[in-house]
Structure formats: structure tokens, C-alpha cells
Write a protein of this length. Structure first.
Ligand code: IPE
Ligand code: IPE
Ligand code: MG
Length: 257
């Protein structure tokens, strides 16, 4: 099924470096900060919104490539809790782009067994967008393929603050004892819930920072940066990131065996 989907664009099997990947050690959860859209557009004398549109195209390719490579979950950062600081026109454009994305992509994602989920403060988005998100999540909830988490109005700090409030409420009502609060209690109350932490976190665009993405979950993620802007990020780059990931020695605080 993926083969057919792939033949349209971004056929991973045609990337020579794919042979260098050890298929038994594919990162289960890959997170990506889709950054550099504005700079990509401006470099070509275009307005920033062109970059956002091109960015959506790349997401499509990377969803396919990740799925084809055997990644179980892909979390893509699309709009942060700080991105509201941008001019209204850009924010409005992005919101309508998310809406359009759901209209145009959901059918194909569904047919390819992708399970779509949104992480972030969805209840602060416009109602019509919230409805589309709910429909998309419900429609694909039984799918067994790639889990695609889209981080919209997402901030790592806001996510942790929210978890703390949920937990505090449970303590207040007596449902939970303070001594029973563990790392797992916090983890389970994050938007990502029971999803395993990202193994690999990718940031394109040349900026070397996390920008409030998956603060809790990325404690031991392998970070991979590239100067390429997101609209130029191709399946080849994902393949390269995975090859590099497989060369890393993940010790989790222990020592090498
Ligand atoms: C990422 O690209 C998309 C969003 C944050 C919504 P940017 O819009 O941040 O592009 P740059 O980083 O300014 O180039
Ligand atoms: C991070 O990029 C958020 C997304 C890509 C959605 P930003 O462009 O908002 O981050 P900073 O401002 O460069 O840290
Ligand atoms: Mg940016």
C-alpha cells in the first residue's frame, strides 16, 4: 500500500543511503521542529507565507518516508504557544493552512492507516478548526499505521503546567496521594500520554535550540540539527538523520557495556 502511495513522490527505496540503515534499530518516535519556512521564502524574495505552504508539502513527504522506514510515531511542531506573537496576517494564514491541510490530506492519510492526533491547547483554537481536528482524530482513531502527532498551539512549559494542575486537582479531591506522584504520573498527564519519548529530535533551519518543544519528553532524545530550511527538507535528510542516530551511543546516564 505504501509503495503505491510513495510512487507519487519521495520514494524512499530509491535513496541509495537507505541501505545503510539497520532496519532493526529504527527510531520508534521521531520529532521534528518544522522551522525555517519564512527564511526559505525570503531568500527567494517571496513573502513568508509561501514558505509555510511549501512546508506543508514537505510534511506530506516526510510522513510517507517515516512510515515507509518503519517509524511508529512522528511528532511535528507546527505552531508554538509563542507563535501568537507574530503579525495577525501570518497567524491567520497558518490557521487557515491547518484547516486546509485537514480538508485535503485526511482522506489519503486515513487510507494509509495514519492515526492523526493533535497535541497542544486545541481548546484555544477557532471553533471550526477544533471541529475539524476532532473529526480527523475520530476518523483515524482506529488506524494502526504511523501515529502522526501535530503540535499546534503547543508549548512544553504549558504542557507541564497543565499536567501539574490536573495532578493537583486529583490530590485536592483525594483521588491521588502526594507520595504516589512519580515521573510516570507527570508523563501520563502530558499531551503525548503513553507514547514513548522521542528517540530522535530533528531541527532544521540552522538554529540550535529546542524552542519549547517536548521539554519533558526529550530528556534523552538524540538531537539532530541541519542548516537546511524545512521547505528543503527531503526524505534523504530523514534517512541521513536516522543513519547518524544509529551511530550514537545512547547511555541514558549509564556506562558503555
Ligand atoms: C516555522 O517556520 C513555522 C512556524 C513557526 C509556524 P518559521 O515561520 O519560524 O520560519 P523562520 O524560522 O522565520 O525562517
Ligand atoms: C519553533 O520555531 C516553532 C515551530 C517550528 C512551530 P520558532 O521559529 O517559533 O522558534 P524560534 O523563535 O526560532 O525559537
Ligand atoms: Mg522559525
Amino acid at each position: 500500500m505504501w509503495k503505491k502511495w510513495f510512487s507519487k513522490s519521495g520514494e524512499v527505496t530509491k535513496i541509495p543511503e537507505v541501505d545503510l540503515i539497520d532496519p532493526t534499530r529504527i527510531p520508534q518516535h521521531v520529532a521534528v521542529i518544522m522551522d525555517g519556512n519564512g527564511r526559505w521564502a525570503q531568500k527567494q524574495g517571496l513573502i513568508r507565507t509561501f514558505g509555510h505552504r511549501a512546508g506543508v508539502e514537505r510534511l506530506r513527504d516526510i510522513v510517507k518516508a517515516a512510515s515507509r522506514l518503519g517509524v511508529k510515531a512522528l511528532t511535528a511542531y507546527a505552531f508554538s504557544t509563542e507563535n501568537w506573537k507574530r503579525p495577525d496576517e501570518e497567524v491567520n494564514f497558518l490557521m487557515s493552512l491547518f484547516s486546509e491541510y485537514l480538508d485535503t490530506e485526511i482522506e489519503e492519510l486515513h487510507q494509509n492507516q495514519v492515526k492523526i492526533r493533535f497535541i497542544g491547547k486545541i481548546d484555544e483554537l477557532a471553533l471550526n478548526l477544533q471541529h475539524k481536528i476532532e473529526n480527523a482524530q475520530a476518523r483515524t482513531s482506529e488506524n494502526t499505521g504511523l501515529i502522526l502527532n501535530l503540535a499546534v498551539n503547543y508549548g512544553g512549559r504549558a504542557e507541564i503546567t497543565r499536567a501539574v494542575k490536573i495532578i493537583a486537582e486529583k490530590v485536592q479531591t483525594g483521588e491521588l496521594k502526594i507520595e504516589d506522584i512519580s515521573d510516570n504520573t507527570i508523563q501520563n498527564n502530558l499531551f503525548t500520554g503513553e507514547l514513548p519519548d522521542p528517540d530522535l529530535l530533528i531541527r532544521p533551519s540552522g538554529d540550535l535550540r529546542i524552542s519549547n518543544f517536548l521539554l519533558w519528553q526529550s530528556a534523552y532524545s538524540e538531537l539532530w540539527f541541519t542548516d537546511i530550511n524545512w521547505p528543503d527538507f527531503k526524505p534523504e535528510h530523514l534517512v541521513q538523520a536516522i543513519i547518524d542516530f544509529q551511530k550514537r551511543d545512547r547511555r541514558f546516564g549509564g556506562i558503555k557495556k
